[in-house]
Design a protein around this ligand. Structure first.
Ligand SMILES: *Cc1c(COP(=O)(O)O)cnc(C)c1O
Length: 408
């Protein structure tokens, strides 16, 4: 028997059905018309933003990293809740503009921005987090051609990384950002050539649960920003401090101690060096904002036994849930939080393997999991599906197509 991960707070049972946002899954699936279905919960999104606002100093703005979940209704719901939006492609820019987000609230990071993407961003006044000298030169040239002054920040490749980070995004040679020691010269050159100087972006890691690691990284980010700003000598309008807050996916994972992170940051912010006195500060979060707000629902199509092992075969799988299947950057496969959604809260009575419908042994949703008895027609819920699910999975693989998505 292998345990499943911790189910996030805020999911209840109504008459044996999992309820999301107060509505039963059978009703939600009927409304969507099909499974597999991603359900995103407004009340979870609201609650998470409220927790962050309560814990973090007022001075810290909140940006939503759109790539975690670019569903239009989710972006639209986040629009009045957060201060800014971080995008990583012109496709994401299009989505933000479609829901009416002011481009002045948007910043654009990403190591390979094409000329047409730079042009689209500069034309509407999006801030570019420049990732190289070459990109900066292209942006300036495009700005000149358009008769628009590009708004430019520099993404820094710091010499440190967030310890215990699920995905290391800084430290040593990287495809992201400009090596810290080259940032001042680039900043000065761009300012001299007429760019609107917007500041620095320092992203040090992702999916970190340790408050200590986050506090340490934030301290180093503020130190580095102050050091660079002194050398650049033009003040620092804005500092995007990165984020990296993770969510518990696996048995034994403990949520980030957010009040502790907030208290440490408040202490730092109260004693900033003069060069950062007027700097606008923000954190950028993807997974932490939306991950626990999503549930993936998939229906059991077949139930069979092979050599004594019971398989529940669903109409979903790794084509929507690559991360839950264990094939998105994990070394050892462990079970995501999951449950039988149509007998939610019932005592487990058997051990099952829950798998997807793809013709590959990689397509697993839960291994050797203790579940209440489920039959063909019942539904399985995979939790923590709000981030890096629908759009971070190979939905074209085997031709089953994308899942439905709704916001409730
Ligand atoms: C992916 C990404 C994020 C979001 O990371 P999460 O772990 O989802 O919070 C933030 N900033 C940058 C630059 C990113 O590439």
């Amino acid at each position: 028997m292998k345990p499943v991960g911790p189910i996030p707070a805020g999911y209840a049972a109504i008459d044996g059905d999992l309820a999301i946002g107060g509505r039963r899954v059978s009703e939600l699936v009927a409304e969507a018309g099909r499974t597999p279905l991603f359900v995103y919960s407004r009340s979870h999104l609201d609650a998470r933003v409220a927790e962050l606002r309560a814990a973090l100093p007022k001075r810290i703005g909140l940006n939503y990293a759109v790539k975690a979940n670019p569903h239009l209704a989710v972006i639209g719901h986040m629009a009045p809740l957060v201060d800014g939006f971080d995008i990583a492609s012109s496709g994401e820019l299009g989505l933000c503009v479609a829901v009416g987000i002011d481009p002045e609230r948007i910043s654009f990071a990403g190591p390979g921005k094409r000329d047409d993407e730079l042009e689209a961003a500069i034309a509407v006044g999006v801030t570019l987090n420049c990732e190289s000298e070459g990109e900066a030169a292209r942006a300036l040239a495009i700005g000149q051609r358009l008769g628009k002054r590009p708004r430019i920040a520099i993404r820094v490749n710091p010499s440190f990384t967030m310890t215990g980070s699920g995905m290391k995004m800084g430290g040593g040679a990287k495809q992201f950002g400009v090596d810290a020691e080259r940032v001042p010269a680039l900043a000065r050159a761009m300012i001299a050539q007429g760019a609107e100087w917007r500041g620095l972006h320092i992203f040090t890691g992702s999916q970190t649960l340790s408050a200590d690691a986050i506090i340490e990284a934030q301290g180093k980010v503020l130190d580095l920003a102050a050091e660079l700003a002194e050398v650049i000598g033009h003040g620092l309008p804005k500092l995007n401090m990165g984020g990296g807050l993770g969510i518990p996916y696996f048995p034994g994972d403990i949520p980030v101690d957010l009040p502790r992170v907030g208290a440490a940051l408040a202490e730092r912010v109260a004693h900033l060096p003069p060069v950062l006195a007027d700097t606008e500060l923000c954190m950028e979060l993807g997974r932490y904002l939306v991950g626990e707000a999503g549930v993936y629902l998939t229906r059991i199509i077949d139930r069979k036994v092979s050599h004594g092992v019971t398989y529940l075969i669903t109409d979903g799988g790794l084509h929507h849930q690559l991360a839950a299947s264990g094939n998105f950057g994990t070394v050892v496969r462990r079970n995501y939080p999951s449950a039988i959604a149509t007998c939610y809260g019932a005592e487990p009575t058997e051990e099952v393997n829950i798998v997807g419908c793809l013709c590959t042994p990689l397509d697993r949703l839960a291994d050797n999991a203790a579940m209440p008895h489920a039959e063909v027609g019942d539904m399985v819920a995979v939790f923590c599906a709000g981030a890096y699910g629908a759009t971070a999975s190979p939905s074209a693989f085997l031709g089953h197509g994308p899942a439905a998505e709704i916001l409730v």
